[in-house]
Design a binder for this molecule. Structure first.
Ligand SMILES: C[S@@+](CC[C@H](N)C(=O)[O-])C[C@H]1O[C@@H](n2cnc3c(N)ncnc32)[C@H](O)[C@@H]1O
Length: 202
């Protein structure tokens, strides 16, 4: 495999910016992308499925692996009184997600590396199209880093391609998370499943 994955910290490819048109929250947008990040040509199909099924987010919101920002932007627009934290390890994605949120006039978005988020912060809503391609162990570590930070009554919504292990991931989540948390399959569309993790309210 080339060292320039979409999840490389510093992509080796030239950072040539391009403007694409995508529909987010039912409106056409001009978005900046570049090579070396995830889905630079448009809205990923999995992300599209996730955004179709999630309810309006609330409270403190986290997008794990924000890429150029489609999930972060959608959440920030749908819930203007919330603060949305978009995290990524790919520096180019971080820059672009920041820029795209700024160009859309969103001032409730904070984008950065995972370690830039206050470790004490809990989240009422987590939305993610997680980086399955980093490998099972790394993915599990990532999910165990963030999902336990759901606040009481919080919900995490994730989209996973069926043939990339959505059903086994669901079973693994049930086994890993506390017994009173729920892991449900909320939708199956195209080649994807949308999973929801709910932490009971106190
Ligand atoms: C499937 S892509 C989704 C990107 C974007 N949310 C979208 O929907 O287009 C997953 C993202 O996770 C990022 N990523 C990989 N490892 C990560 C990690 N350990 N922590 C945070 N983000 C990570 C990748 O760089 C990539 O941008």
């Amino acid at each position: 495999m080339s060292s320039d994955h979409y999840f490389s910290a510093s992509p080796a490819s030239a950072d040539e910016r391009r403007t694409i048109s995508v529909e987010l929250n039912g409106r056409a947008r001009k978005i900046q992308t570049a090579a070396g990040i995830f889905s630079p040509s448009g809205l990923d199909k999995g992300t599209e499925v996730l955004l179709k099924y999630v309810p309006t987010p609330r409270g403190r919101i986290l997008d794990i692996g924000c890429g150029w920002g489609p999930i972060t932007i959608t959440a920030a627009e749908q819930s203007p009184e919330s603060r949305v934290y978009g995290v990524d390890v790919n520096e180019r994605s971080i820059e672009l997600a920041r820029l795209n949120a700024q160009n859309l006039g969103l001032d409730n978005v904070v984008v950065g590396r995972p370690e830039s988020v206050d470790p004490e912060l809990e989240f009422d809503t987590i939305w993610s199209n997680p980086p399955i391609r980093i490998g099972k162990d790394a993915l599990h570590e990532l999910l165990l880093q963030w999902l336990p930070r759901l606040a009481p009554g919080g919900e995490a919504w994730m989209v996973v391609q069926k043939n990339l292990g959505s059903d086994s991931l669901q079973k693994w989540l049930v086994a890993q998370l506390p017994g009173d948390w729920n892991v449900t399959r909320e939708a199956t569309a195209k080649a994807f499943r949308v999973l929801k993790v709910s932490r009971p309210a106190r």
